[in-house]
Design a binder for this molecule. Sequence first.
Ligand code: SF4
Ligand code: SF4
Length: 79
Amino acid sequence: MAKSWYPVIDYELCIECNACFNKCSHGVYKLEGERPVVVYPEGCVYGCRGCQKLCPVNAIQYVGDIGGKESSGCGCCSC
Ligand code: SF4
Ligand code: SF4
């Protein structure tokens, strides 16, 4: 089954602050130079918006996001 929820970064907006990389404890992101890259989408917790909430330029969207879904986080890492 394809992964139904994981982040996608808009690099047109990203300022490479690395807040998303530093936030996520599930190994979803890896740094390539100064740039965070989604390398492990399977690790993302369905409904979690922990990294999106920290992004200062709203560069993170989610595959599977149909809008209106709210979550306070995944509950396992204080996202
Ligand atoms: S949404 Fe949550 S689990 Fe998914 S990458 Fe962001 S911080 Fe990690
Ligand atoms: S939090 Fe946003 S601006 Fe910062 S590195 Fe991640 S995607 Fe880029």
